[in-house]
Design a protein around this ligand. Structure first.
Ligand code: C2O
Length: 522
């Protein structure tokens, strides 16, 4: 393989992707950030320079969904595998493109990706379904007119919040004009320009297009449609699936879908692409994203005038498992070596602050002492009990049963596990009956845990994976406000093998740079 080299400079900026000025964090001044492209098996090398000042913040970059086999320390998660990159410092990530398909990279420092630090990551590989043109990334991103730290404060701040952080807008590839007549412009004293534009895509009649749809939202569950067109889904996350057709693609935060669309219209057609966003499982009343698709002879000076495809929005949670079947079958072990239950609850802590709890504990990051480096040093007692390390020892496979006790606020949780494509062997609402589907069940890296129901009981999902990737892997809800409020655990896999890992000096040097910046001893 070839080495694909990138340089990321992270800094503050102000942009108005929907016409309204907002302070953000940008990579190389771009929004969305640069797209990384590689072929399956290539090496990707990204040097990240942290120029975030006024105020300064640490940062790290995570390569969402890649397995990081043999480069666990490059996973980009502060407090789990590395220290944050200090302001004024840089760190070089080197890893293999060890899966192919569509994904994105993003900051993993708190909810910082919500500030704008994300971009697409495409790995080209074998194709199981033919198409004519790769349209590239279609990034769905809910948009707030406030700085991300203010939004986090409003959701997890003191005292317990009474409101949800509903997004102000929803963007496709960083665009969708805001309605400047919206009263919130005057209420919040914002300036709104009417010059903002829609993202555009071009179709040629008769051709088949591949769209790489990615939900990078902070909070929004997305429902993607193209007016009057059917979508054929061919991959979920990094897993090629037996194609299924739908009018609407449901996609949770952290999930990706590769979709084929056949340009069946007239050569003069112009059509809207849309994405509806909703918080929790509630029916959405938030602004929706739109982008324009123009056929080859369409008048590009006119906006499309097509109407939205209607769909049933009553279903909570993920795409039904019977619709998604991996193309390359893999069966989980008949009996998992170890089983762990995790109960998720939204509870007030001692000071009345509402936080997310997993088995009655809530995660707090400890940036100075990443778990992987402690495990490498043979340390198995973690100085901070809030680390939430689930040590699965040398067990060969793990089953995790997740229960979601969010009855009243109907929160669904896009649960993401690093380092693995896990099988989803059961999901539903109520008490799991113990029946697992072990025949080529769906596998992916992010799956939506349904909300609980006051009558039927908690939402549940049952995930399994084989421990073929020694390391420390976060398992967390990908909703930015939930992960900042503690819905995060660390899965420790084969600590005995971590002892023999060769962790590069740069990882330790990065911790020393961070400690110097913080003025603390390691
Ligand atoms: Cu996309 Cu733990 O992250």
């Amino acid at each position: 393989g070839v080495v694909r080299r990138y340089h990321f400079s992270v800094a503050r900026g102000t942009i108005a992707p929907d016409g309204v000025d907002r302070p953000v964090l940008l990579v190389n001044g771009q929004f969305p950030g640069p797209t990384i492209e590689a072929n399956w098996g290539d090496t990707i090398e990204v040097t990240v320079a942290n120029h975030i000042v006024d105020p300064a913040e640490g940062t790290t970059i995570h390569w969402h969904g890649l397995r990081m086999i043999g480069t666990q320390w490059m996973d980009g998660v502060p407090s789990t595998v590395q220290c944050p990159i200090a302001p004024g410092s840089s760190f070089t990530y080197t890893f293999r493109a060890d899966a192919y398909g569509s994904t994105f990279w993003h900051s993993h420092y708190g909810a910082q990706y919500s500030g704008g630090i994300f971009g697409a990551l495409i790995v080209y590989g074998p194709q199981h379904v033919p198409y004519d043109v790769d349209l590239g990334p279609v990034l769905l991103f809910d948009w707030y007119h406030a700085n991300y730290l203010e939004v986090v404060e409003s959701v997890v701040g003191l005292p317990a919040p009474t409101t949800q952080a509903y997004s102000d807008n929803n963007l496709i590839n960083g665009r969708t004009p805001y309605d400047c007549n919206n009263p919130s412009i005057a209420e919040k004293n914002l300036t709104c320009s009417r010059d903002a534009t829609y993202s555009q895509f071009r179709f040629t009649k008769g051709k088949t297009y591949r769209l790489r749809i990615m939900n990078v939202s902070s909070q929004g569950f997305q429902r993607f449609t193209i007016d009057g067109m059917r979508l054929t889904v061919i991959a979920s996350d990094f897993v090629p699936i037996v194609p299924y057709e739908t009018d609407v693609l449901s996609i949770g935060i952290g999930q990706r879908a590769d979709v084929l669309v056949h340009a069946t219209g007239e050569s003069t057609d112009a059509v809207w692409m849309r994405s509806d966003v909703s918080a929790n499982c509630a029916v959405s009343y938030q602004p929706h994203a739109k982008a324009a698709i123009y056929y080859e002879d369409a008048d590009v000076t006119q906006l499309p005038n097509t109407t939205a495809t209607p769909y049933d929005d009553s279903h909570c949670g993920d795409v039904p498992l019977n619709l998604t079947t991996p193309v390359y079958p893999m069966d989980p072990p008949a009996t998992p070596a170890v089983t762990q239950q995790m109960d998720i609850q939204f509870l007030a802590n001692e000071t009345g602050n509402l936080l997310w709890y997993v088995n009655n504990e809530t995660f707090r990051a400890n940036y100075e002492h990443p778990v992987l480096l402690l495990a490498k040093a043979g340390n198995t007692s973690y100085p901070n009990p809030d680390w939430l390390v689930y040590n699965f020892g040398s067990n060969s496979s793990v089953r995790i049963i997740l229960y979601n006790y969010s009855f009243t606020n109907r929160s669904q949780h896009p649960m993401h596990l690093h380092g693995h494509n896990f099988w989803i062997v059961a999901e539903g609402v109520g008490e799991w009956d113990g029946v697992a589907n072990l025949k080529n069940p769906m596998r992916r890296d992010t799956f939506i845990l349904q909300p609980g129901d006051p009558v039927k009981g908690p939402g549940y999902m049952v995930m399994e994976f084989v421990t073929d990737n020694p390391g420390v892997w976060p398992l967390h809800c990908h909703l930015a406000w939930h992960v900042s409020a503690g819905l995060y655990v660390n899965v420790l896999e084969h600590p005995e093998k971590i002892l023999n890992m060769e962790i590069p000096h740069s990882v330790y040097q990065n911790c020393r740079d961070w400690a110097d910046y913080k003025g603390v001893d390691l």
